[in-house]
Design a protein around this ligand. Sequence first.
Ligand SMILES: Cc1cc2nc3c(=O)[nH]c(=O)nc-3n(C[C@H](O)[C@H](O)[C@H](O)COP(=O)(O)OP(=O)(O)OC[C@H]3O[C@@H](n4cnc5c(N)ncnc54)[C@H](O)[C@@H]3O)c2cc1C
Length: 439
Amino acid sequence: MKLAPYWWSSLNEGESIESPDAALPEEADCVVVGSGFAGLMAALTLRRHGRSVVVIDRTQPGLGAATRNGGICSGNIRIPHGELTEKGGRDYADQVYGEGVEARQDLARFIEEEQIDCAYHQPGWFQGAMSPADFDRMSREAERLQTVSEYQAKGHEIRIVGRDDQAGVINTTRFHGGILREGTGAFHPGRFFAGLLKLVRGEGVVICPQTIVRLIEDEGSRKRILTDRGSVLAGRVLVTTNAYTGRDQGFSRYLRRRLVPVQSAIIVTEDIGEDRVRSLFPQLSSFSTSANLSAYCRPTPDGRRVLLGSRSFDRLEPSRRTVDFLKSTLHGIFPDLGGAVIDYGWLGNVAFTQNHLPTIFEHDKVIYVGGYAGSGTVWARWLGRKAAEKVLATSNRPSVFDGAPPPEIPLYDGNPWFMPFFNGYFAIRDAINERRFRP
Ligand SMILES: Cc1cc2nc3c(=O)[nH]c(=O)nc-3n(C[C@H](O)[C@H](O)[C@H](O)COP(=O)(O)OP(=O)(O)OC[C@H]3O[C@@H](n4cnc5c(N)ncnc54)[C@H](O)[C@@H]3O)c2cc1C
């Protein structure tokens, strides 16, 4: 098994996600910390409005979550619409869900207009119910979402699929029915990132890889960004480090107390051929499970392999325990894949705020975005753009997530010591459900 993302081995010919070394300029209008989807989209937007922009990343661009994800493009919101209504009212809940649809459509338009060759398509996303109770709960949520105007405008964007009909979407007997979100897309994240990087570089943004930001200090009305390779003076600073914020840099303390990184792992099977993939995924839709330690699964863009991701129990490389957990999840859904060899396995981080919603906020004249809760292919790019619009003051409609910083998480300073306890508890609950409800 190769311990690296499948996406790195399947870029388009001549494409690269590497950026040549560049010296830090002395000053710039804007500095962006982090070069994932959010950082690059912010940089592109600012540059196209005439600002000089420097992007700084501690590694090569894209080696955070941007080229490690599953490539499902949903703009998903983790909190049920009803719960959001209770907290903030019906209008607020509609705005949150509406922005998810808008952000996803904006990604599709961007890919088309910029002609990024990343296999973007909209095969839909099936959320499979692991128990009859999950199916009832999910159906109620789907009925509720069908009354949100952005979904209504799309006709049958959300469809309840009963157990007897699900084989037309996902060929498994494991689920007790589910919900099909027909507008959800999927892409090759490596190719998308390579396309975005090319656009950003083509516009003349200075990208400084292998440069660690350590501190951000006031200097008159501007900010001095201190790195391990010198410093740069900037009018505005945007921080887009999300789940890779880390614990070791002084500049990030404010953010890391508000964002919890959660480790995620992915495996990709050997080439099992198009016919076998089609027999399992008749519509080539992605799917996820309603388990507490939820898994997501999709065909690779060439339609020849199967990718499955879920929670990881490791920190640096996938251990046998993590790979076995992912394999048994895959085989539990598709017993036919019992003998399939796993060719690729890797890890990455996703980040959560306390309320599990994305965030964009300003603190001490620095703009922060993050907390996409595992759905950043859509949200990170969108909030990167919104952060740039905040600097430019061009947006006539700020994001519904733009506001106060998310609350600090009690007893927490960037080390998610509590995650093993949560993972253990969820694993036990899932095992009990599995025994009770496996058809
Ligand atoms: C395994 C996995 C599967 C996923 N699957 C999906 C999916 O199917 N669909 C979906 O929508 N989302 C998915 N996600 C989430 C999605 O990939 C992320 O939310 C998104 O890529 C975040 O983008 P970003 O630009 O915010 O951050 P990143 O791409 O993580 O970029 C942050 C950058 O900040 C840099 N950085 C950190 N600290 C410093 C510093 N001190 N100085 C300089 N640079 C610094 C890092 O090096 C990194 O490059 C998945 C994530 C993982 C890990």
